[in-house]
Design a protein. Structure first.
Length: 308
């Protein structure tokens, strides 16, 4: 439905002002902070997307995914029996089998997510993108993070973008599809909103800010615009689409701010791993440090959190 796309206008100064106010929000303290941080843990897509990934470091990542917070810290919070794990483990297609086997050996049901469709640039032919998606699903990935062709947005080829995402959604089959918009390379907030709407129309289960490889990744102005698009789409269709900020989210305070923003813009029902994820590789370390400080009253030394 291109009618609503042609009428999109984003008041950038207002969005930027709102984003500056978000940065000044006072964070919660004490037990409330610990509760928000544990909620954040359950929404993390624990990620490794390095050229030197090996079966051993993927196995280590999967162990951390099942045991994201030290057991004694969870016991101190009386949360040791709540089954707290991360939301998913995210790897390259070539490492999906390693992750699936490691999680199966650990006896847990954490889904494996795989980036695909020419990640991170998107500059590969559509046929190659579809083949990569199908291979990742065959290897055992239950979630696929595709990346769009930015050129289709920058040149206003909205029907072409829709068709590309629709075919990717078809190739995913039963796997959930997160569509990465690479918002730092879309040129304007209006394009971010339009691309968000097109991605949802084409069947995306989630829309995601960034690959983590762009110069600008997850920012609050972009987050606000994408969440407003999700809300509008929900009002129009009744379909709930998830949101995933990714790239550059490294501190516990940032994680809580993103959770609060989702609560303010979309409501409490979006604060579940089914509708909200945080794409991160180093965020979990800082969250565990903050929980360690909350429980013990002292800062963790390097050997205190050896698996961080």
């Amino acid at each position: 439905e291109l009618g609503c796309i042609s009428k999109v206008y984003v008041n950038r100064p207002a969005v930027v002002r709102h984003a500056e106010q978000i940065k000044k929000w006072r964070t919660v303290k004490g037990n409330w902070q610990a509760a928000w941080l544990l909620k954040a843990v359950t929404c993390i897509d624990l990620t490794t997307l390095s050229g030197d990934d090996t079966p051993s470091n993927v196995h280590r990542l999967c162990f951390k995914a099942k045991h994201p917070i030290r057991e004694d810290l969870l016991q101190a919070l009386d949360m040791h029996d709540k089954g707290i794990t991360v939301g998913a483990v995210c790897v390259y297609p070539a490492r999906v089998t390693d992750a699936v086997n490691a999680l199966k050996a650990a006896g847990c049901n954490i889904p494996v997510a795989s980036v695909a469709a020419g990640f991170p640039s998107g500059q590969t032919p559509l046929e190659t993108k579809l083949a990569e998606i199908k291979l990742a699903v065959e290897y055992g990935a239950r979630e696929i993070d595709i990346v769009i062709s930015r050129s289709l947005v920058l040149t206003g080829q909205w029907e072409g973008l829709y068709e590309e995402i629709r075919q990717c959604r078809e190739a995913c089959g039963e796997a959930h599809m997160k569509t990465i918009l690479a918002t730092g390379e879309l040129g304007s907030l209006a394009n971010v909103y339009k691309a968000s709407m097109i991605a949802m129309m084409a069947g995306s289960d989630f829309i995601k800010t960034s690959t983590g490889k762009e110069v600008e990744n997850a920012t609050f102005p972009v987050g606000v615009v994408m969440m407003r698009a999700i809300r509008e789409y929900y009002w129009q269709t009744g379909n709930k689409v998830g949101f995933k900020p990714a790239g550059g989210i490294r501190t516990a305070k940032e994680a809580i701010t993103w959770l609060m923003l989702v609560k303010e813009e979309l409501g409490v029902e979006w604060l579940t791993p089914e509708l909200f994820r945080l794409g991160a590789s180093s965020l979990l370390e800082d969250i565990e440090k903050q929980i360690f400080y909350h429980v013990t009253g002292s800062y963790a030394l390097r050997h205190d959190l050896a698996m961080a």
